[in-house]
Design a protein around this ligand. Structure first.
Ligand SMILES: Nc1ncnc2c1ncn2[C@@H]1O[C@H](COP(=O)(O)OP(=O)(O)OP(=O)(O)O)[C@@H](O)[C@H]1O
Length: 364
């Protein structure tokens, strides 16, 4: 491995992606030095007739987090997620899960990894049309070797957990898209894998059903604390679901960060174009704009996780005062926030904090 690839991962990192690169074409390995030197996807195609699918990408997915990878069509999202369970072999680089190099697993160990450790939820549901809801969810457990009765009992519990109690004996064709994806989710969760790989899992759904499924996932995740790698091309979905978000363009990583980091300090024009039209009041939370001073604050405590839209309602009676910010149990103020910083965060034009714009201005 090169130095860049050889970064060791922190103990709470579940998936460590190191210098992962995929080139499509007649001589992928021969293109690696050019890719490492920074040749763009367009140049690699124009000069050498190869497609840069991905990379090099180095990133950490922390245990118990939802890590979203987003970007426009063709940026390499699917190529990245398919490397995690090795549906695709890398041209260079590694994927380590709990320190084990997935790219070096034997065929037998890889099968076990896919069966027991990493479940996938697909955009087009990929249910068995001839199996019932219960049969679809129990299928992975039967493959794991569980006796039918036990597999069906466990599957039944997951079917109920995703809100489909009473639909156990229906067939996929008898269900709406949203219901089918609930089955897909139950099937992935039933195997008890600690990693969920979700490839545009909600992208085929109507907007309302999609939001509904995001809620289902967030509710389950609050309890289950799985490590979820979620691929989407939709920024609202990314900001809603992601503890961290990685943004790809033309195979390369452009920015990685939390929602406030992405929204308030977009790394370049590509990212600021993405975030320009989002409703900042709904995606930013008090935590991102508060300070640690509690002395001057008065009035009812604002929960740390309130959106800025919710926070605004706390200032109706006294717009010039500061409000205390309280943590989960609501007893102890841990900081304060005032209306000016909330309005600044909501109104700040994205271009203002965009680093490549700032660099251009500085040079001129
Ligand atoms: N088997 C292949 N042969 C050649 N090029 C490929 C192959 N698979 C993917 N690519 C190319 O690699 C790049 C990344 O593709 P990928 O499917 O990962 O993008 P994506 O971000 O998931 O896009 P989409 O949302 O459209 O699926 C694209 O330019 C694509 O055309």
């Amino acid at each position: 491995m090169t130095n860049r690839e050889d970064q060791t991962a922190a103990p709470d990192v579940k998936i460590a992606v190191r210098g992962l690169t995929k080139v499509f074409g007649p001589d992928p390995a021969g293109m690696i030095p050019l890719v490492r030197e920074g040749m763009t996807k367009a140049d690699l195609m124009a000069r050498h007739g190869h497609v840069l699918g991905l990379g090099p990408v180095t990133m950490d997915v922390r245990a118990g987090h939802v890590h979203v990878v987003m970007g426009l069509s063709g940026c390499g999202k699917s190529t990245l997620i398919r490397h995690i369970n090795r549906l695709i072999e890398p041209t260079a680089g590694h994927v380590l899960v709990d320190g084990t190099d997935i790219t070096a697993l034997s065929a037998r160990d890889l099968r076990a990894f896919r069966r027991l450790r990493a479940s996938m939820v697909f955009q087009r549901f990929a249910l068995h049309p001839h199996r019932t809801v219960l049969g679809n969810v129990a299928y992975g457990l039967r493959v794991q070797g569980l006796p039918r009765a036990e597999a069906e009992a466990r599957a039944g519990a997951w079917v109920a957990r995703v809100g489909l109690a009473g639909f156990e004996s229906r067939f996929p064709a008898q269900l709406s898209g949203g219901m089918q994806q609930r089955v897909g989710l139950a099937r992935a969760l039933a195997t008890d894998a600690d990693i969920l790989l979700m490839d545009e899992a909600f992208s085929a759904l109507d907007p309302l059903i999609r939001t509904d499924m995001q809620d289902v996932l967030l509710r389950l995740q609050a309890d289950l604390k799985k490590t979820i790698l979620f691929i989407t091309h939709d920024l609202d979905e990314a900001l809603r679901l992601g503890d961290r978000i990685t943004i790809l363009r033309d195979g390369r990583m452009i920015q990685e960060g939390t929602t406030p980091e992405i929204v308030l300090t977009p790394a370049d024009r590509y990212v600021s174009d993405f975030v320009r039209d989002i409703n900042r009041a709904r995606v930013l939370r008090v935590k991102a704009v508060m300070d640690g001073v509690v002395n001057s604050a008065r009035g009812p405590g604002l929960p740390l996780s309130s959106t800025l839209e919710e926070a605004l309602t706390f200032f109706h009676d006294d717009p010039s005062g500061r409000r205390p910010v309280v943590n989960g149990d609501g007893r102890q103020p841990i900081g304060s926030v005032g209306l000016p910083e909330i309005l600044r965060a909501i109104e700040r034009p994205p271009m203002e904090r965009c680093t490549d714009e700032a660099a251009t201005t500085a040079q001129s």
